[in-house]
Design a binder for this molecule. Structure first.
Ligand SMILES: [Zn+2]
Length: 161
């Protein structure tokens, strides 16, 4: 198990963030995603790892969303990676819709990135063209294909009437 000792939670005006105590190179493994407690419904401490599986991520629940993130959560291998070079003391963030299909508590993003999606509510609420710009986990890709197939089926039925 890769330890999470290099990560620390910072609280400022009740706003939590996850900060790294060391630098990481792009592609470097940071830690494993905890899976001791898996539930079937999303909450603010979980990350979605499959269609109907959400794991309590412990300390990693302090990871904030960014539309220009510096880490990736690979829910197939249950690992967290740096997706660009990260400096010591930098806040870690990931793209929530890369794991979350439909979020428990949607919010407005103020990350300021030129690619900002503004409304962070889960992958199902984003156009494919936006999602394609990001790392997406297998369950999100599958759920998106399912949604598109259902929509196509629905449209075909409408035409038949
Ligand atoms: Zn944003």
């Amino acid at each position: 198990m890769v330890s999470m000792d290099t990560l620390t939670i910072k609280t400022e005006n009740k706003f939590r963030s996850l900060v790294t105590k060391r630098a990481y190179a792009k592609g470097e493994l940071i830690c494993e995603i905890p899976t001791e407690k898996v539930v079937n419904k999303a909450n603010r401490y979980t990350v979605q790892i499959d269609k109907d599986k959400h794991t309590d991520v412990g300390k990693l629940a302090a990871l904030n969303h960014s539309c220009a993130p510096n880490v990736i959560l690979d829910t197939e291998n249950l690992l967290m990676y740096a997706c660009r070079d990260i400096e010591k003391g930098e806040e870690l963030s990931f793209f929530y819709p890369s794991t979350e299909w439909e979020m428990d508590a949607p919010f407005i993003c103020l990350c300021g990135s030129s690619n900002c999606i503004h409304v962070v509510a889960g992958a199902r609420f984003l156009p494919l063209s936006t999602l394609e710009r990001h790392y997406l986990n297998k369950h999100i890709r599958e759920m998106m294909i399912e949604l598109l197939n259902n929509t196509e089926l629905h449209l075909t039925k409408l035409q038949e009437v």
